[in-house]
Design a protein around this ligand. Structure first.
Ligand code: ADP
Ligand code: MG
Length: 248
C-alpha cells in the first residue's frame, strides 16, 4: 500500500464507523487521470460519505485515500482543497447578493475570504479566467446579474464554475442535476464531458438517463461496499444491481 500508483485517486480498504455502524466498509476505488466516474446506489449506500471522506470533512476509521500519491486521510480540509480536490455539495453555496462575476472572482485561489478577494485588484489574468469559466458554465450573458436571481440550474452551474476557478485536478459532485429541467440536464452533461477532458471527475447521481449520457465507468455502492463496477451496460445487466437498486 505504500507503493506509488498512476491513479489520480486510490482508495484502499477505507472504512468509517458511526457508533459501530459502517457507513463505508472496506472500500476500494481507483480513479484514472482524466476519468469521469459515476457512483450510483440506493439511499444510505454511503455515497455522500465517500465524498466526505475524500474531501476531509469526515475522518476515516481505517484505510487509505491517496490523491496523486499523497495520503489525504492525514490532511485537513483546506489542505486537501489546495492539493487539487474540489467538492460540490448538493445545495449550492453561492453568494446570492454578489453578481456572477463576483462569485467567480472570490473563488480565484488568490483571494481568501469575500472581503480580501473583493479588495484585490482585478488583474487581467483573473478577468480572463472569469470570462473563460463563465463561457464554460453557460453564464457569459449573466456576469453582471445577482446570483440570487439565477434559475436553480444556473446556480448549480455557477457553483461548478466557482470550483473550476480553482482548477481542481479532481472534481467531485453530489447529485448535480437534481431539480434541473431536461434542457439543463442535457447542458450539464455536455459541460461535465467537456471539463472532464483535462481533469478527473467523480459524480454521484440518481438520474439514470443522465448517467447514461455521461458515464464511462459506473461504480455501484451498496452497504458501504462496491457491489458492481463496469460500463453502464454491464452494471444494468448485473443481477445483484437490478435486485438492490435498478429493479425498484
Ligand atoms: P447516500 O449518500 O448513499 O444516500 P450517506 O453516505 O449519506 O448515503 O449515508 C450512509 C449511511 O451513513 C446512512 O445510513 C447515514 O444515516 C449514515 N451516516 C452518514 N453520515 C453520518 C454521520 N455523520 N453520523 C452518523 N451516521 C451517518
Ligand atoms: Mg447522498
Amino acid at each position: 500500500m505504500s507503493s506509488n500508483t498512476d491513479f489520480i485517486l486510490a482508495v484502499e480498504d477505507l472504512t468509517v464507523s458511526f457508533d459501530g455502524f459502517k457507513a463505508v466498509d472496506s472500500l476500494n476505488l481507483y480513479i484514472d487521470k482524466q476519468e469521469l466516474r459515476v457512483i450510483i446506489g440506493p439511499n444510505g449506500a454511503g455515497k455522500t460519505t465517500v465524498l466526505d471522506l475524500i474531501c476531509g470533512r469526515t475522518k476515516a476509521t481505517t484505510g487509505s485515500i491517496k490523491f496523486k500519491n499523497q495520503e489525504l486521510t492525514k490532511m485537513a480540509e483546506h489542505q486537501i482543497v489546495r492539493s487539487g480536490v474540489g467538492r460540490k455539495f448538493q445545495t449550492p453555496s453561492i453568494y446570492d447578493n454578489l453578481t456572477v462575476f463576483e462569485n467567480l472572482e472570490i473563488s480565484f485561489p488568490r483571494g481568501r475570504g469575500v472581503f480580501s478577494a473583493l479588495a484585490f485588484r482585478r488583474t487581467g489574468d483573473v478577468i480572463d479566467r472569469i470570462h473563460q469559466v463563465a463561457e464554460e458554465i453557460f453564464l457569459s450573458e449573466h456576469l453582471d446579474q445577482e446570483a440570487g436571481l439565477l434559475s436553480h440550474g444556473q446556480k448549480q452551474w455557477l457553483e461548478i464554475g466557482m470550483l473550476l476557478m480553482q482548477d481542481p485536478e479532481l472534481l467531485m459532485l453530489d447529485e448535480p442535476v437534481a431539480g434541473m429541467s431536461t434542457r439543463e440536464r442535457d447542458q450539464t452533461a455536455e459541460l461535465l464531458k467537456r471539463i472532464a477532458q483535462n481533469r478527473s471527475i467523480l459524480i454521484i447521481e440518481h438520474d439514470m438517463e443522465f448517467v447514461k449520457k455521461i458515464a464511462h465507468k459506473v461504480t455501484v455502492l451498496h452497504l458501504g461496499k462496491v457491489l458492481a463496477e463496469g460500463t453502464m451496460d454491464e452494471v444494468q445487466n448485473n443481477e445483484k444491481v437490478v435486485e438492490v437498486y435498478l429493479g425498484h
